[in-house]
Ligand binder design. Structure first.
Ligand code: LRY
Length: 510
């Protein structure tokens, strides 16, 4: 293998660490760049990227890794900064660079790219082109560059994107040869993704060697979290018959009120009515979270069962709330999903892969896996009450509070869930049979959910779900299941505030 081929082969699957301190910052010195280079070497870097001939010379002397060398300059009449002049190429070659990188973008420049390339090769170095798009990459390839770098993607105009340019990495790879993914690969995960996207090697700078940048990233996250713990959220938990309005701060409900859900729900007038219900709280909150019955899919509120939720077909709930409350920071989700998040963050499902199931007049559910609330592709995730048997019977219709009342009525009893539980407490056999059979149905649904999601725990809430006699029957129904399939069930901890607390926490994250 020629030394050129073996150098390129040594980069395959490797990490290149760019040791470029912030210009004129406290770490911008030759000694510190050398220390960065040695630390990167000790950490396992395969090569280094260094700016400026003096720093390159010092690093080459102190460290045996190959150096990708550049010079940065600022011109008034050209946006090109990276190694723009022939004298830069000469200085870097003299300093011992193995690879010299030049700006290879299609822009106004003092010296043509081909002339720089020729000079690099004439000095026996390999040439890397720092590129911004695939047309430039094709041109650089045709010219004879040894390495294509995605370095300039996002830096030739307009706002700099947050993410790296994986598509460009993949497109360069298709041209063949050595491709270095460079630019905003700011985490180990993104660097790994770059290799999966086809890069021969990844060059990481800021995330490893620019302490000012990294400090800023941490600060942003800390500031965001700090501001989210101090700003109260207006939480609206909107049900079919009544709604809770609450001011929530740091997972605590500071004030709340219950209002009847009335009028033509989800019309602009209705939203205005909701706003007037909490007018006196104006100025006390910075964001709004709405937990609603029905489905929220990409900002659209829809009824799963139009018979129980009579709202316009595709209500733009975020926009409507923004208009009605004259506030931009608005979040909306299904109420059971919001409650699942509340229980996951602050209640009985803390830090667990969990499914929340609420059994009250209806049945709702929400799932949190790997710390993420599953809303689903259409907002349906966790809709346990809506699962059906082949006859089309929904679980919610038979195993909910309504279901209990309906079954009682079918037996000629009063259609009243509370009276059924009173009869159960009095030892009446019909009530025992009824509640046990409802518990059996719910147990079956939980076991099926266990098979699908294999969560660590189910958190059971709702007016019926939290009733001790119901839990006893549910536990009995589950006890007969095989241990491998038997769900762990915990009672919900946040009670009727789960939805408000969950949606408030979600709203602090927008
Ligand atoms: C666009 C430009 O001038 N990039 C420069 C090229 O050398 C450096 O400022 C970057 O730090 C380097 O490319 C590594 O990228 P990141 O720091 O995002 O890991």
């Amino acid at each position: 293998m020629t030394s050129k081929a073996s150098l390129l082969a040594s980069l395959e699957g490797g990490l290149i660490v760019s040791c470029q301190p912030v210009d004129d910052g406290p770490m911008d010195s030759v000694e510190i760049v050398v220390a960065m280079a040695l630390a990167a070497r000790d950490g396992g870097a395969r090569a280094l990227r260094v700016e400026g001939a003096a720093k390159v010379a010092a690093v080459v002397k102190a460290c045996d890794l190959p150096v990708v060398a550049i010079v940065k300059r600022d011109f008034d009449d050209s946006p090109v900064r990276i190694t723009p002049l022939l004298e830069d190429v000469a200085a870097l070659a003299d300093a011992g660079a193995a690879i010299i990188a030049v700006d290879g973008t299609d822009r106004e420049r003092p010296v043509p790219v081909a002339t720089l390339l020729e000079a690099i090769h004439a000095r026996g170095c390999l040439a890397m082109a720092d590129l911004s798009n695939i047309e430039e990459a094709k041109a650089a390839k045709a010219m004879g560059f040894d390495v294509l770098g995605t370095t300039m993607s996002g830096y030739t105009g307009g706002p700099v994107p947050a993410e790296p340019d994986f598509d460009f990495v993949t497109a360069c790879r298709a041209l063949g040869g050595t491709v270095v993914a460079e630019g905003r690969f700011n985490s180990p995960q993104l660097a790994g993704e770059a290799i999966r996207a086809g890069a021969s090697a990844v060059c990481v700078g800021s995330a490893i060697t620019r302490q000012e940048h990294v400090t800023g990233w941490f600060l942003d996250a800390v500031n965001q979290a700090a501001s989210s713990v101090t700003e109260p959220v207006l939480a609206l938990d909107i049900g079919g018959t009544k709604s809770m309005l609450a001011l929530v701060q740091n997972a605590k409900v500071i004030e709340h009120r219950i209002v009847a859900t009335q009028g033509a729900i989800a019309t602009p007038e209705w939203f205005a009515q909701m706003a007037s219900e909490c007018q006196d709280w104006g100025g006390r909150y910075a964001s709004i979270g709405a937990a609603v019955t029905g489905v929220v899919d990409k900002g659209r509120w829809k009824a799963l069962n139009p018979a129980t939720l009579d709202i316009p077909p595709e209500t733009p709930i975020i926009e409507r709330l923004q208009e009605a409350f004259a506030l931009d920071r608005v979040m909306a989700a299904n109420d059971a999903q919001a409650a699942a998040w509340g229980e996951y963050r602050f209640g009985a499902g803390r830090r667990l892969d969990m499914m929340f199931v609420t059994v009250s007049s209806g049945i709702g559910g929400g799932v949190v896996l790997n710390g993420k609330l599953l809303t689903g592709a259409r907002g349906l995730a966790g809709s346990l009450g809506q699962v059906t048997d082949l006859a089309g019977g929904r679980l919610e219709k038979s195993a909910s509070g309504f279901g209990i009342a309906r079954r009682a009525a079918e037996q000629g009893r009063a259609a009243d869930t509370r009276l059924v539980f009173e009869a159960l407490a009095a030892g009446e056999a019909w009530a025992e049979t009824l509640v046990s059979s409802v518990a059996e149905e719910l147990a079956n649904a939980l076991v099926n959910s266990q098979k699908l999601l294999d969560v660590e725990a189910f958190v059971l809430g709702g007016g019926v779900g939290l009733l001790e006699p119901f839990r006893t029957r549910l536990d009995r129904a589950l006890a007969s299941r095989a241990p491998l399939l038997r769900p762990t069930v915990r009672p919900a901890a946040l009670g009727t505030f789960a939805g408000a607390i969950g949606i408030a926490d979600l709203a602090t994250r927008i």
